[in-house]
Design a protein around this ligand. Structure first.
Ligand SMILES: *[C@@H]1O[C@H](CO)[C@@H](O)[C@H](O)[C@H]1NC(C)=O
Ligand SMILES: *[C@@H]1O[C@H](CO)[C@@H](O)[C@H](O)[C@H]1NC(C)=O
Ligand SMILES: *[C@@H]1O[C@H](CO)[C@@H](O)[C@H](O)[C@H]1NC(C)=O
Ligand SMILES: *[C@@H]1O[C@H](CO)[C@@H](O)[C@H](O)[C@H]1NC(C)=O
Ligand SMILES: *[C@@H]1O[C@H](CO)[C@@H](O)[C@H](O)[C@H]1NC(C)=O
Ligand SMILES: *[C@@H]1O[C@H](CO)[C@@H](O)[C@H](O)[C@H]1NC(C)=O
Ligand SMILES: *[C@@H]1O[C@H](CO)[C@@H](O)[C@H](O)[C@H]1NC(C)=O
Ligand SMILES: *[C@@H]1O[C@H](CO)[C@@H](O)[C@H](O)[C@H]1NC(C)=O
Ligand SMILES: *[C@@H]1O[C@H](CO)[C@@H](O)[C@H](O)[C@H]1NC(C)=O
Ligand SMILES: *[C@@H]1O[C@H](CO)[C@@H](O)[C@H](O)[C@H]1NC(C)=O
Length: 828
């Protein structure tokens, strides 16, 4: 009892600390300009800027401090004084930490000592960059200007330059402080434009000017209640049709998750309030948008739009599906907020960049998606920020998004195939020279089999050909009759999986090769894009650790894909709750290494690189020798927000594996696969599902749970008990280190699959080194069918290992989800 409590104590403490923590910037300069004394506002100390020893921020001082003799009683003391610059001059601050900083200028004009501050006309330069030109404040309203900019020098120089010789500039208060890490990320933000979406890179090197910051559906948030001392204002004035929206709020604090939004991104109040569709309004059809017009300048500028979401309206997971439009462009389709964390009320945000054109507003609309059921039709928005990107787009760093890869693939695919064929022929020739006995048949290598007209062809004579089919497919066609034969005319008893696409049958071709036959619902063209994608992708790539496409059939309105049969089924089944004998640590390492190899090849093997997008333990299949192969690449490539043309089928099945950054950036990268792979690594180590809704809340998500224990240095507590005493500490350390890096919040911090592969091989080597001293090396591994386990590289190497022995397909295992992809459609 006591030990149990002690074991959980660090977690309890951690949660208490994280609840009360607030952001402490490394650089934090707050100035009450023109004031002879310090002022405390919202428990922040604004220092006097008067030139006294120890507080000397003023540089090249040609300034006058000014005091408002008749200050408005309710105005902040910050605004009772000002510093006036009659010639170019300003402040200098030493910077402790390079990176993104926030700078705020407070202006509150008044008349005093012969200066009428409302006549001031001046510019502000930060480190020589003009960020505020020709500012002229002609009434006594207080104005706050906020800029977000990167500082990569040891000092910041802020200079106020009067507009003309007899003019002057002024300022009442200045804030300059470090932004939280990754407040603005560089890896690329989705840029919406008329000619499709692009990637906008290097955003953090631009100066951003905050235009609007809105707490949608909620009250005004004052700096006191915001960790970055921001002000968030209500949205009512921006709603195009007020009656379209209804305010909602919750009393439960948001369920913050790693990689999602944090309190530094937006305060609780933003995520605890929202506007939803007001469907009680009888004037409305069921489907409509809620639209906001946020005013911006009319200067054809580019804007960063950051939208905040937190599903506080749904009563269950996967009920709310909606679309987000910005300036009429579809920014995100079929958004399901519960996908990212498999949880409700988990705050998330994403960034999109738009051009305002000649419009004077940025228009944001949310409306129900076609996926939402009539009863749960809704759309929400919790917060919005609009920031203007200052400066010229001289170094236009956008590049065309990757999702044109299919077309490119089709074009270059044929050329590529010819080259691959050539390469394969050469490789095969080399292999044949090896003394090592090889099976006559090499299941995965369709083009060879076909091209060589070899006697081992498992197709009926004359039916196979290599040239692209009418659709440009490059894989092999199989006559429908052959597949009827193979599956005993699609015998129900041979079904090993089912789903939205159709059924998966176990089949035996005429040459006794076992195959998995995935048959689309006859006559239905649903899933045609996925079908074509799978054929295109799979015919371009062949790898020992990728499940091979044996062929396809597209006749009599049939859509059928034929894969090599994977005897041992999905990895998941061998990890937990299936009754299979537990895998040894070495076997698990081998499997992880194999799948890492397959994935590494997928990412780097072709010019564009292919992102799997649905890595999980059910998509890693094992052959009869426990050789791991990655499956189902191709069907799930388009994400919920990435590709506007069709609906993703894979998201639903991937809870717990989804890269949180993918949502935030609205961009898919190979680092999203690395994240998912990290989850698989922990799954392998801990032998529990990535998401287990039956567990206590803090345990539901494996990635989160494992990282918590890892941070406490107590991960041993939650590893699979079957592995007890098997793992060498050095091997475990390397493995966990690798998995941990894969789960880094930001893609930039994650290793490549190549690095992962190298590290896993190293972990295996660390495990092996001690064992090799014993004569019975390898004897712990399942006996008869493990020839591949003998081939262990002695030094980490990313060479592709020689193909292993392929035994007879003899065991009979009825996996119901060999192709789990198909099943994930069920609920829709
Ligand atoms: C203002 O605060 C700073 C830092 O706490 C202190 O060094 C300085 O003496 C204070 N100045 C005045 C005028 O109170
Ligand atoms: C000061 O506050 C009072 C009451 O809250 C309000 O009527 C008045 O307009 C405010 N004055 C200014 C200058 O904001
Ligand atoms: C103040 O400036 C606004 C625009 O910034 C302008 O429309 C208005 O006429 C100006 N008022 C005076 C008194 O100059
Ligand atoms: C910030 O970056 C600049 C240029 O890269 C470098 O010269 C300077 O030393 C850095 N300052 C700090 C505090 O790291
Ligand atoms: C401010 O000064 C600039 C020149 O520096 C001038 O072009 C602009 O018209 C001035 N604005 C006002 C409102 O006087
Ligand atoms: C300079 O600006 C001031 C205040 O904006 C104005 O009164 C004055 O006429 C301007 N002088 C010239 C030469 O433009
Ligand atoms: C990002 O922009 C800055 C400033 O424009 C430039 O110096 C830097 O080289 C750019 N970096 C990349 C990776 O494009
Ligand atoms: C901060 O938020 C709390 C709860 O929402 C509210 O009661 C309080 O008035 C707020 N404080 C300020 C200074 O806005
Ligand atoms: C939450 O909603 C209730 C009922 O609609 C309302 O009375 C309350 O003011 C709202 N709270 C906030 C913080 O918006
Ligand atoms: C919502 O707005 C978008 C963009 O303006 C538009 O294309 C779409 O048709 C609208 N949906 C509905 C239901 O009005």
């Amino acid at each position: 009892m006591v030990t149990k409590f002690i074991r959980f104590l660090p977690l309890i403490i951690a949660s208490l600390v994280s609840f009360s923590s607030s952001f402490t910037p490394s650089d934090n300069y707050l100035l009450n300009c023109g004031s002879p004394s310090n002022t405390s506002i919202y428990s922040r100390l604004f220092l006097t800027d008067s030139t006294k020893p120890g507080s000397d921020f003023l540089s090249a001082d040609r300034s006058i401090s000014l005091k408002n003799q008749v200050p408005s009683p309710n105005s902040s003391t910050l605004y009772h004084t000002a510093r006036v610059f009659t010639r170019s001059s300003g402040y200098r601050f030493n910077i402790k930490k390079n990176g993104t900083h926030l700078v705020r200028f407070h202006f509150s004009p008044f008349v005093s000592q012969g200066f009428d501050l409302t006549t001031a006309n001046f510019s502000v330069l930060v480190n020589g960059n003009l960020i505020l030109g020709g500012l002229h404040l002609n009434n006594t309203d207080t104005v706050l200007r906020e800029y977000i900019l990167k500082i990569d020098r040891t000092a910041v120089e802020i200079v106020f330059t009067p507009g003309n010789e007899s003019g002057f500039g002024f300022v009442n208060a200045i804030e300059l402080f470090s932004a939280p890490r990754d407040f603005i990320v560089d890896e690329g933000v989705k840029l919406l434009s008329a000619d499709g979406s692009k990637v906008y890179k290097n955003l953090s090197s631009r100066v951003l000017e905050t235009v609007t910051r809105i707490n949608v559906g909620g009250p005004k948030v004052t700096p006191f209640n915001d960790t970055l001392w921001r002000t968030w204002i209500p949205d009512d004035d921006y709603l195009v049709l007020k009656s379209a929206a209804r305010r909602v709020n919750t009393t439960h604090p948001p369920n913050y998750q790693t990689g999602g939004a944090s309190r530094d991104i937006a305060p609780d109040s933003v995520y605890m309030t929202a506007q939803e569709m007001n469907r009680e309004n009888p004037n409305f059809n069921a489907r409509f948008n809620i639209t906001w017009n946020f005013p911006v300048g009319s200067d054809c500028a580019r804007y960063l739009v950051r939208l905040h979401f937190c599903d506080i309206v749904s009563r269950g997971l996967n009920l709310l599906y909606f679309n987000v439009y910005i300036n009429g462009y579809l920014a995100c389709e079929d958004l399901d907020l519960s996908t990212v964390y498999h949880a409700l009320a988990s705050p998330v945000y994403f960034d999109v960049i738009v051009d305002s054109g000649d419009s004077t507003v940025v228009q944001v609309s949310v409306g129900p998606s076609i996926l939402s059921s009539t009863s749960a039709m809704n759309a929400i928005l919790n917060g919005a920020e609009i920031m203007k990107i200052l400066g010229h787009e001289n170094s236009e760093s956008s590049t065309k998004e990757k999702n044109i890869w299919i077309i490119v693939g089709l074009v270059v695919g044929f050329v590529g195939l010819c080259l691959i064929l050539l390469a394969l022929l050469l490789v095969m020739k080399c292999w044949k020279k090896k003394p090592k006995p090889r099976p006559a048949e090499s299941v995965g290598w369709t083009p060879l089999r076909v091209n060589g007209g070899s006697s081992h062809s498992r197709m009926s004579e004359g039916t196979a050909y290599v040239s692209p089919g009418p659709n440009g497919y490059l894989a092999m066609r199989i006559p429908f009759a052959d597949l009827q034969f193979a599956t005993n005319n699609f015998d129900k008893s041979l079904i090993i999986g089912s789903g939205g696409f159709g059924m998966v049958y176990k089949g035996v071709l005429r040459d006794n090769t076992k195959v998995a036959v995935k048959r689309g619902v006859p006559g239905s063209r649903q899933g045609l894009p996925e079908f074509q994608t799978e054929i295109t992708v799979l015919s371009k790539i062949r790898h020992r650790h990728l499940v091979s496409l044996v062929g396809y059939c597209e006749e009599q309105s049939e859509m059928i894909l034929v894969y090599e049969y994977m005897e041992k089924g999905p990895l998941k089944k061998h990890l937990y709750s299936s009754g299979f004998p537990p895998l040894s640590w070495k076997q698990r390492l081998e499997i992880c290494i194999g799948s890492a190899r397959g994935l590494h090849y997928l990412h780097t093997g072709s010019a564009q690189g292919i992102i799997h997008r649905d890595i999980k333990s059910t998509n890693i299949l094992l052959d009869e020798n426990y050789v791991a192969k990655v499956a189902d690449f191709g069907l799930s490539r388009s994400g919920p927000c990435l590709n506007e043309t069709h609906v993703s089928t894979g998201v639903k099945g991937s809870f717990g594996y989804l890269d949180p950054e993918y949502f935030r950036r609205q961009q898919l990268t190979d680092k999203s696969d690395v994240y998912s792979f990290g989850v698989v690594l922990f799954e392998v180590l801990c032998a529990r599902p990535a998401v287990d809704p039956l567990l206590a809340r803090e345990q539901v998500n494996l990635a989160e749970w494992a990282m918590q224990w890892q941070k406490k240095g107590m991960l041993e507590q939650i590893i699979d008990p079957h592995l007890a005493g098997q793992i060498k500490p050095s091997s475990l350390k390397k493995f966990v280190e690798t998995a941990e890096k894969c789960l880094a919040d930001y893609g930039v911090d994650r290793p490549t699959m190549g690095d992962v592969l190298w590290n896993l091989e190293y972990a295996l080597q660390l495990q092996e080194t001690a064992q090799q001293r014993e004569p019975s090396e390898g004897s712990s591994v399942d006996g008869p069918n493990s020839p591949t386990f003998g081939i262990v590289p002695q030094i980490p190497s990313s060479n592709i290992r020689a193909d292993g022995e392929r035994g007879n397909h003899n065991s009979d295992i009825s996996t119901t989800d060999v192709f789990s992809q198909l099943m994930t459609n069920d609920g829709r």
